[in-house]
Design a protein around this ligand. Structure first.
Ligand SMILES: [Zn+2]
Length: 261
């Protein structure tokens, strides 16, 4: 069994060193996970890394632009089907897979674990004792969330799989998966508490919460931090821990705590 990484040449503030394309192999078969953006040199690097082995599947963890768009062109070149949760911009799976579905590779199986939160269509994959996490867990940077409740639930799900090693969509592999996932859960709960504490201490708008809770972020990540606060406030709103002023949630939205009886 082999898990190899081919780094796409798309470094950036949200992608770290670039997108990790994985070649997951067993015997002389190999599946490709997250081909990345459409970059000709990266397609050639993937084909070269496959070498003389038989490609059996191209799979995307989710349909974001740094993970999925090369899937269809690569699969066409290799003559294999594309697997994914559903279609997205520049992505059209031949085979739709959902939680628990398996893709055979040699004598083993990649098994899909539906992990919404970063995006609603996000899948992680177990392979032997590994967990390929896409953008659900990343090496060295904070995951941008679409839904904070779903994200936390999905962290509990992957924690309970008991895998040994994490192969993230960005950054380096991580041993001691249990501790890494526990750290992610702790981090999310701590951020949520910091938001509540900041409001309790007088931060009255989204922008003021960002000033307190994300004071360390550089200017080019301010918009992302504001997004994270709004997403986390939406979870707290649903849990009836805070209320917002009327209107769309933005930097000037007013926030107050709902007093506990
Ligand atoms: Zn993503």
């Amino acid at each position: 069994m082999t898990v190899e990484r081919v780094l796409a040449p798309n470094p950036g503030i949200y992608t770290g060193p670039g997108t990790n394309t994985y070649l997951v192999g067993d015997g002389d078969e190999v599946a490709i996970i997250d081909p990345g953006p459409v970059i000709d040199t990266h397609l050639l690097a993937i084909v070269e890394a496959i070498g003389g082995r038989a490609a059996v599947a191209v799979i995307a963890t989710h349909t974001h632009a740094d993970h999925a768009p090369l899937s269809n062109p690569l699969a066409e070149r290799l003559g294999v089907p594309v697997f994914g949760y559903g279609p997205g911009p520049e992505f059209e799976p031949d085979v739709r897979i959902a939680d628990g579905d398996e893709v055979p590779v040699g004598m083993r199986h990649l098994r899909a674990v539906h992990t919404p939160g970063h995006s609603a269509d996000h899948l992680c994959f177990t392979y032997a004792d590994r967990l390929l996490t896409g953008d659900h867990i990343m090496g060295g940077s904070t995951v941008i969330m679409e839904d904070a409740s779903a994200y936390l639930e999905s962290l509990y799900r992957v924690r309970d799989l008991g895998v040994a090693r994490i192969e993230p969509g960005h950054g380096d592999s991580m041993d001691d998966a249990g501790a890494v996932i526990a750290g992610y859960i702790e981090h999310r709960l701590a951020r949520e508490q910091e938001i509540l504490d900041s409001v309790g201490a007088g931060a009255g708008t989204v922008s003021e919460i960002v000033d307190v809770v994300y004071s360390f972020v550089p200017a080019d990540l301010r918009a992302a931090a504001t997004h994270q606060v709004i997403v986390q406030l939406s979870k707290l709103l649903a849990e009836e821990k805070v209320r917002f002023s009327a209107g769309a949630a933005g930097p000037s939205t007013m926030v107050e705590l709902i007093a506990r009886q």
